[in-house]
Design a protein around this ligand. Structure first.
Ligand SMILES: [Cu+2]
Length: 212
């Protein structure tokens, strides 16, 4: 069944399987298959958070199976960077006008941007669960050695995530900033509005891009 296959095997099998579909008894296995779609996002820095982080994301999608590649440079090195597919907003990245005042500083928290990009639907963890429940699983996100994140994982998306990608309503957000440039996640912005046990620097958006 398609769901049991990795996207790599789907892609490898496509060239030989598609011409035979209509003529073989296995056609039912592929009845929902309409080819591997590709979506990309240009990840731009959330400058109001004093972030220079920028990069690209690529998503190959077949039914709900997705291979997701992300490369981002200029994030705080050696610190975990939560990264998600957000859905249910306007399918856009927030602007500086969406920023709030946090501990007396003008910055864009994750909740400040939620009308633009929506809530967390998929947590792009390095291993294990990828649901929204892992949104702040800081021990399972990339830690950006030398300030870069290189991520490549094949996973099964929820219907909501896959539908949003196809509808142009999915946004990739990379979190974790160094607002005051002190080389760590500190208290300059106060506690996170997602989890008061984390500093806001650890969860504010660093880079953002809509998948198209
Ligand atoms: Cu997020």
């Amino acid at each position: 069944m398609l769901h049991a296959r990795s996207i790599a095997s789907v892609m490898a099998a496509t060239a030989v399987a598609l011409p035979m579909m209509a003529a073989t008894a296995q056609a039912d296995d592929w009845s929902g298959y309409h080819g591997v779609e590709k979506y990309t996002a240009r990840l731009d820095p959330v400058t109001v958070n004093n972030s220079d982080a920028a990069g690209t994301a690529q998503v190959w999608l077949a039914d709900n199976d997705a291979r997701i590649r992300i490369h981002v440079d200029d994030v705080l090195a050696d610190h975990p960077h939560a990264q998600h597919i957000h859905v249910g907003g306007r399918g856009e990245c927030p602007t500086d006008y969406d920023a709030g005042i946090h501990n007396g500083q003008r910055a864009l928290s994750t909740l400040d941007g939620i009308d633009a990009y929506g809530g967390v639907e998929t947590s792009l963890t390095t291993e294990g669960d990828t649901s929204a429940a892992s949104g702040l699983a800081v021990d399972r996100f990339p830690t950006a050695p030398e300030g870069s994140v290189s991520y490549d994982r094949t996973l099964e998306l929820s219907d909501a995530a896959a539908d949003a990608i196809r509808a142009g309503n999915a946004v990739i957000v990379i979190h974790g900033i160094d607002y005051d440039g002190d080389g760590t996640y500190g208290d300059v912005l106060g506690p996170s509005d997602l989890d008061p046990n984390l500093p806001m620097e650890a969860t504010n958006p660093a880079a953002c891009g809509p998948l198209r």
